[in-house]
Design a protein around this ligand. Structure first.
Ligand SMILES: NC(=O)C1=CN([C@@H]2O[C@H](COP(=O)(O)OP(=O)(O)OC[C@H]3O[C@@H](n4cnc5c(N)ncnc54)[C@H](OP(=O)(O)O)[C@@H]3O)[C@@H](O)[C@H]2O)C=CC1
Ligand SMILES: O=C(O)CCC(=O)C(=O)O
Length: 418
């Protein structure tokens, strides 16, 4: 099996077959521009001191400062962080955001930490990466197992180190600290706009269409709620402990309550099923909203959904692409479908720099407009070239990056006006 990174970058090769741009850009994107590995010290509540591996990668800065979340998870490693930073590069390019791609993380199980340990860990991470990040160089944000509270601690630590408040250094902060309204729901909101835009193009109706969502966190939960409100029937949801199913549609308020009070969706009413079974459900829309590579060469033929909305980053391994395309499964790719989060992060950065804050309606309208525009551009390019949506999104991203690299003129690949 190829590494996560090799699998991800193979999509560039596929896209280059459908565009006339120089493959110099593929060379430029073959590895991260800068990668930092640190040891993050944490004094546990019982007095024990342990060191955890931490990472921050600035993948490519052609379009602007690198941008991307910070993940706390036991599986975080250098290959994963680089891959996530690569996807951020492509995502920001598809959305026409003035950012390159970055990502960070710590290899740790945050579920074993008290709130005080989480705060010390978040501050210790910033102690290690403070010289590497900045509002004009690299701007972190939340990802799996990190949230506005963690971003607030991190921004505060950056203030302590620099002896100056710098709100635009981190996005996804609490609103009280300069966070944008609408950032918490933005990833789910954006995925929903991408789906609705495509449904309209296909002439398909939401009413009664069935949806399964794997992952009931920040992004998955909001997407599920919007789908239910729009008339879809959300028949299955899952989290790290497994899933639940109801052919008549789940009561999402009850599911959220069970998740909040008991820690898992599996504590709500519904037939129990495994995460593997969620992937194979006969539904109209499958939304993987948890981790990478849940649809692989092994299980891709089991997918019965008509549409996959990639809310997670990299939920479909590259080896599964061909089977899904051949089986007529329409995949709305991660670098489009989950771009709502970074888009509102961009809005937050703009608001921080102007010290001028937008109301919730303005954020929502601008997010919808950007998501609809990007989805239409991807769909139109896919139709024009008779290719799948993922390849079309990569074509758009590569063209954007290539023309920016040429305009910049500083890249080794584009010297002398070549
Ligand atoms: N937050 C954001 O703004 C953005 C997030 N994304 C991507 O969306 C995905 C989810 O992120 P986010 O919602 O923020 O993260 P959260 O930490 O809020 O939620 C993650 C969810 O995934 C579940 N999960 C973890 N492992 C598994 C597993 N093995 N099988 C099934 N479910 C699992 C978790 O379960 P449990 O609750 O039990 O831990 C949780 O419900 C990630 O891929 C992330 O990179 C993409 C763009 C932006
Ligand atoms: O909001 C951001 O800057 C990045 C969010 C993120 O990590 C992602 O889109 O995967």
């Amino acid at each position: 099996m190829p590494s996560l990174f090799d699998g991800a970058s193979s999509r560039i090769e596929a896209a280059l077959e459908h565009t006339t741009i120089s493959d110099d850009i593929a060379q430029q994107l073959a590895q991260p521009d800068t990668a930092l590995k640190v040891s993050v010290p944490l004094r546990h509540d019982d007095g024990a001191m342990k060191l955890y591996p931490g990472y921050r990668v600035r993948y490519d800065n052609t379009l602007g400062p690198s941008k991307g979340g910070i993940r706390f998870h036991p599986d975080v490693n250098a290959d994963e962080v680089s891959t996530l930073a690569f996807w951020m590069t492509m995502k920001c390019a598809v959305l026409n955001l003035p950012f390159g791609g970055g990502k960070g993380g710590i290899s740790i199980d945050p579920k074993q930490l008290s709130p005080a340990e989480m705060e010390r860990l978040s501050r210790a991470y910033i102690d290690k990466v403070a010289d590497f990040i900045g509002p004009d160089t690299d701007i972190p944000a939340p990802d799996v197992n990190t949230n506005p509270r963690v971003m607030g601690w991190m921004m505060d630590q950056y203030r302590i180190i620099n002896r100056a408040e710098e709100r635009a250094v981190i996005t996804g902060k609490p609103v009280e600290m300069g966070g944008s309204l609408g950032r918490t729901t933005a990833t789910g909101d954006g995925a929903f706009h991408a789906l609705q835009t495509m449904m309209q193009r296909w002439g398909r109706k939401a009413q009664g269409a069935t949806v399964a969502v794997q992952g009931f966190g920040n992004a998955g939960q909001q997407f599920a709620r919007l789908c239910a409100d729009a008339g879809y029937s959300v028949v299955a949801v899952s989290d790290s402990r497994g899933g639940i199913y109801d052919a008549n549609g789940l009561d999402l308020d009850a599911v959220a309550k069970a998740k909040q009070s008991e820690g898992s969706v599996t504590d709500a009413q519904g037939e129990k099923l495994s995460n593997e079974e969620v992937i194979a459900l006969d539904v109209d829309v499958l939304a993987p909203a948890a981790l990478e590579s849940v649809i692989t060469a092994e299980n891709s033929a089991d997918v019965r959904a008509r549409v996959i909305v990639e809310i997670a980053n990299g939920p479909v391994a590259s080896e599964a692409d061909a089977t899904l395309v051949n089986n007529g499964v329409q995949v709305l790719p991660d670098i489009l479908a989950n771009a709502g989060g970074v888009t509102v992060s961009y809005f937050e950065w703009v608001q921080n720099r102007q010290a001028w804050y937008w109301d919730a309606e303005t954020v929502a309208e601008r997010l919808e407009s950007r998501m609809v525009d990007a989805t239409q551009r991807v769909a139109e390019r896919a139709n024009a070239l008779d290719i799948d949506y993922r390849t079309a999104a990569y074509v758009l991203a590569l063209e954007k990056l290539e023309s920016a690299a040429r305009a910049r003129g500083t890249s080794a690949f584009f010297r002398d006006g070549a």
